[in-house]
Design a protein around this ligand. Structure first.
Ligand code: HEM
Length: 122
């Protein structure tokens, strides 16, 4: 079965998509407070690796502990609204790249599955 990673076009396509996605995150005023003390380049690289694996591409499952890496952001107010904004930018970025709706929806289902961990719930 073709993975979401392959359907998105593999690593080089994903890297390009994530680079644009990150720039949307950095320029969203509602999210700005979360990035002040963060190494943005490192975060963006981590996202490329994480998403590749999450979408069925290469990488080691369990390399990232999303609950731990977001604990500080949660204590600063990462809740539903901020997660929704993150998801909005993701979908919009894929749309900008001409990705079909069905594929966008499938990636969103995968990302939604991390909501509880990222928000430090349950
Ligand atoms: C499905 C949604 C999300 C995923 C998959 C995700 C994924 C990641 C990954 C892979 C890292 C790097 C962790 C590491 O290097 O070990 C990270 C770091 C981070 N994320 Fe997220 N994230 C999500 C949502 C969010 C949201 C909504 C916010 C805030 C609005 C956020 C804020 C941060 C911050 C501040 C860091 C940097 C932590 C640090 O280096 O100190 N993330 N995220």
């Amino acid at each position: 079965m073709t993975s979401l990673y392959q359907r998105l076009g593999g690593q080089s396509a994903l890297d390009g998509i994530v680079a644009v996605f990150c720039s949307k995150l950095w320029s969203d005023e509602r999210l700005a407070p979360f990035w002040t003390d963060v190494d943005r380049e490192r975060l963006c690289s981590a996202l490329k690796a994480f998403l590749a694996q999450a979408f069925g591409g290469p990488g080691e499952a369990g390399r990232f502990d999303l609950r731990r890496s977001h604990a500080e952001a949660v204590s600063r107010g990462l809740h539903e609204t901020q997660f929704d904004a993150w998801m909005y930018h993701w979908a919009e970025t894929l749309q900008d790249h001409g990705i079909e709706q069905d594929l966008i929806a499938r990636t969103a289902v995968v990302l939604e599955s991390f909501r509880r961990e990222v928000q430090g719930r349950g």
